[in-house]
Ligand binder design. Structure first.
Ligand SMILES: [Zn+2]
Length: 270
């Protein structure tokens, strides 16, 4: 069985559900085993090649394997890539996590890709945030917990993101001639976006408000094109090329961040 997945070819977790949505039941569709000190989860699917993915934030290892592949063969594939897996895990461990940033003044936060220094101003009532030049001004009442400040900042970011997404979705629905039934923003650990083609429903990762707008636009275009083409097929790539020729650079910029490291690398290289 070919195990052609190069290290960079992790499975794209945003691949929409299969058209029939039938779960792979029957014994052995999924499982887990340990290799040295690693826990590895696998899932057998109707795919041709085995893919190994290492996922942020903590370097979880997941394998997607062809239906016919034995657990022993899957284990062997993992063992032969152990060096690469460990390097990826070490990279994740070394990366700063934006989600863990503190909110107490002096530190920096990214808003649409722009790095802002946080300045805390003593305030009353609910926390508010305002962008002022290179500063992010936070009005926080004294004694507000770190956790509450972080939640408030995240809620502020969500509102900013919602505003931009609404504009982009409206713009690109028109250009592509597709209709989105509903979209929402949620916390996701391994993907920037996902699309349920049948329900015409799209989800966006809450963390996106930290990313440059052109990257967010790429993601909107990517997910909307799924409404025309379910898979990351040559047709999908051709549509991206036609409508957003710079998409590869934007994708790479988006994936250069800690979250979603392994996402979308398997889109055909066109
Ligand atoms: Zn996709």
């Amino acid at each position: 069985m070919a195990t052609k997945s190069a290290p960079a070819n992790a499975p794209a977790p945003d691949t929409p559900k299969r058209a029939d949505d039938s779960p792979l039941t029957g014994s052995g569709a999924t499982g887990a085993f340990a290799v040295s000190d690693l826990e590895v989860c696998f899932e057998r699917k109707a795919i041709k090649n085995l893919h190994i993915g290492v996922y942020p934030p903590d370097g979880r290892v997941r394998v997607a394997a062809p239906l016919a592949l034995s657990e022993e063969a899957i284990r062997l594939a993992v063992v032969t890539r152990l060096g690469w897996i460990k390097r990826r895990r070490a990279e994740f461990a070394a990366q700063p996590r934006q989600g863990e940033r503190q909110v107490h003044g002096g530190e920096s936060h990214y808003v649409f890709g722009q790095r802002l220094r946080l300045r805390v101003v003593e305030g009353r009532g609910a926390p508010t945030f305002k962008k002022r030049g290179a500063w992010l001004e936070a009005h926080l009442r004294p004694g507000l917990s770190e956790e509450a400040a972080r939640r408030a900042l995240s809620a502020w970011g969500r509102a900013l993101l919602r505003e931009q997404l609404a504009i982009l979705i409206e713009k690109w629905s028109r250009i592509l001639g597709v209709e989105v039934a509903s979209w929402s923003i949620k916390q996701m650990k391994t993907k920037w976006g996902s699309c349920n083609v049948r329900a015409r429903q799209i989800w966006f990762n809450l963390e996106l408000w930290k990313k440059p707008l052109p990257c967010i636009e790429y993601l909107v275009v990517h997910e909307l094109i799924h409404l025309l083409e379910r898979l990351h097929s040559p047709r999908f790539v051709a549509l991206l090329d036609r409508h957003l020729p710079s998409w590869r650079a934007l994708r790479d910029q988006l994936n250069a961040a800690p979250l979603g490291h392994d996402v979308w690398n398997n889109a055909p290289k066109g």
